[in-house]
Design a binder for this molecule. Sequence first.
Ligand code: ADP
Ligand code: ADP
Ligand code: ZN
Length: 214
Amino acid sequence: MNLILLGPPGAGKGTQAKFLVDKYKIPQISTGDILRHAVKERSELGLRAQAFMDAGALVPDDLVVSIIRDRLTWPDASAGFILDGFPRTVAQADALAVMLTASGKDIDHVLSIVVAEDELVERVVGRLTCKGCGRGYHRKFDPPKNDAVCDACSAELYQREDDREETMRSRLQAYAAQTAPLVEYYAAKGLLRTVNGIGSIQNIQASIVSVLEG
Ligand code: ADP
Ligand code: ADP
Ligand code: ZN
């Protein structure tokens, strides 16, 4: 099963992706996680991406498209994948379509997770992220079992540099201007499945499963 998770920052893409990885045994491919790793390693990719990320702007298409082009060739992606945070522009979506056609693959579903803006801000400013596995928590809505370490891998949790209210405003603007057009784009291809992203994490998991298996 080849999936795309579409939604604004804070919609719950990463949270639901972790659930889908366990349930369907297919990898989560998060361009955000790959870019944050590159920034930490100070690789050439990281050095080129960092200023855009810190400003809450999108990283140029050619950089993220080449990340995905490489990642989709890994053996673990042959039985399916969950794209989390990619594509984010029409140009990225077009590039993805060309890549998939060339390798005889298709997207099965685009899950569009819908959450109102006030709630998105509250979620993102309270988010804690694992330094090891990238899993997200929330200080109030989804706290870790033990203060400040990840339930899954025991690595330290931190607050992302861009998870501040001011930067979040820029990210929401980037979403509205550059990513929201993908809703229509995938609806026109008959791939869009809209999911209400408000409610408990478990209820949203259940509605995703019913969309995928219904
Ligand atoms: P969130 O999960 O909150 O939506 P991400 O971790 O997906 O955030 O992305 C963090 C940042 O990484 C984005 O604000 C952007 O700068 C960069 N980024 C991630 N994916 C992409 C992409 N597909 N295209 C351009 N920039 C991206
Ligand atoms: P995204 O990857 O779309 O940016 P995340 O999955 O990281 O979003 O979720 C953003 C924040 O909201 C995290 O702190 C997460 O713990 C929290 N969160 C996720 N789903 C829900 C939910 N259904 N209700 C409340 N908080 C949630
Ligand atoms: Zn972890």
